[in-house]
Design a protein around this ligand. Structure first.
Ligand code: EPU
Length: 337
């Protein structure tokens, strides 16, 4: 059943807590609902998908239709040997999916604990944290193709996954709606503890069980990242910039303590945007009601009553400062509307 809300207010639909409206908000349950909306001509005008709203910044009212997936189901869709296939509808809260895997002893999602947002958005920007990315466990993505109202299942190898990117952000943007994601998990323990101080935190809890890893990751995230309910934000506002290794080497001479991470592309390395912003002197600084978080410079926060334009003005000032100091251009990770 489709739920329709004309002129819907979006404040509770974006974790920045920005006031905005859209022409109409449709909440859909399944593919049949999307087929119905297709017949009604909803896709003939301007539209987009509004998922958990945890990676979005509204800089004004949205002059179109937004489609929102309703809460859905998680189910085991196959088992064989050590492998378990789990299917989750697009509207399932991401962390409910991770909790389901941990509760059932399925390995693979635990490092991605406590990330806000919905399952349907996880392939779009290939969410990642603590050495894991959604692509590591995605088997395939179920889609509703808007052109001909057909169903398609796209295998992971065709999803064009990269660092915080996928085909859903590029070629398929505006052409397909993710209705469910199929994940491949394992019953064999495979702890990934290489990132930062995760290993120490997990050892302090008694060793690398699924429950302990989930608990440690959740605690680290809570200590660094503000709760959207208390302080509006969308997690990392910027991507970690990927630059030529020669540029990184030159910067490293001047700033030997600067973190440099490997990237998947040859000749390129990843820098830490949080470090660059911090070093450029913007950590904890505010511009009107928008601020750079004082515990994690990657995160921009709404101090209360900020508009999307306030946040954007701050983002631009931060980008300019980082470029001025290091000659490195930061790109937003958040989708700006
Ligand atoms: N740093 C600073 N000052 C800061 C923040 C960071 O000096 O204010 C330094 C840290 O000390 C560290 C480095 O920068 O040496 C990297 O920082 P951190 O590990 O905190 O985070 P990150 O690698 O920049 C990424 C993801 C996060 C994810 C963490 C943990 C991106 C853009 N961000 O941040 O993802 O949780 O790793 O794996 O890739 C998100 O996408 O919303 C998000 C929170």
């Amino acid at each position: 059943m489709v739920e329709k809300k004309e002129g819907a207010r979006l404040k509770n639909h974006n974790t920045f807590g920005i006031e905005a409206t859209c022409r109409c908000l449709y909440t859909f349950q399944n593919r049949e609902d999307l087929e119905q909306l297709h017949r009604e001509g909803v896709f003939d005008g301007k539209w987009d998908v509004l998922s958990g709203g945890s990676n979005i910044l509204f800089t004004g009212d949205y002059d179109g239709v937004l489609l929102h997936p309703a809460p859905g189901n998680i189910e085991v869709s196959g088992k064989g040997g050590d492998t378990v296939l789990v299917r989750a509808d697009a509207g399932v809260e991401w962390d409910r999916f991770v909790e389901y895997c941990v509760d059932n002893g399925y390995w693979g999602a635990e490092n991605l604990s406590y990330i806000p947002g919905y399952v349907g958005a996880s392939p779009v920007q290939n969410i990642g944290a603590y050495g894991s990315e959604a692509k590591d466990i995605i088997e395939s993505v179920e889609l509703f193709c808007v052109g001909n109202a057909s169903r398609m299942v796209l295998a992971a190898e065709h999803c064009g996954f990269g660092y915080r990117s996928s085909i859903f952000k590029t070629t398929l943007r505006g052409k397909a709606i993710i209705t469910a994601v199929n994940f491949r998990l394992s019953t064999v323990p495979s702890p990934k503890l290489g990132y930062g101080d995760l290993r120490d935190s997990v050892e302090a809890l008694g060793g690398p069980t699924l429950v302990n890893i989930r608990q440690a990751v959740t605690a680290i995230r809570k200590s660094k990242l503000p709760e959207p309910a208390e302080l509006g934000n969308a997690g990392s506002f910027f991507k970690n910039p990927v630059v030529d290794e020669k540029i990184a080497a030159t910067l490293k001479k001047e700033y030997p303590e600067m973190p440099v991470y490997p990237s998947t592309e040859p000749g390129l390395v990843k820098l830490a945007a949080g470090w660059l912003i911090d070093k450029a002197g913007w950590k904890g600084r505010s511009l009107g009601p928008a601020a750079v978080h004082d515990r994690q410079a990657l995160v921009l926060v709404n101090l209360g009553g900020a508009t999307g334009r306030d946040i954007l003005a701050l983002a631009d000032a931060v980008k300019e400062a980082v470029f001025g100091r290091f000659g490195v251009r930061l790109e937003s990770e958040v989708n700006v509307y």
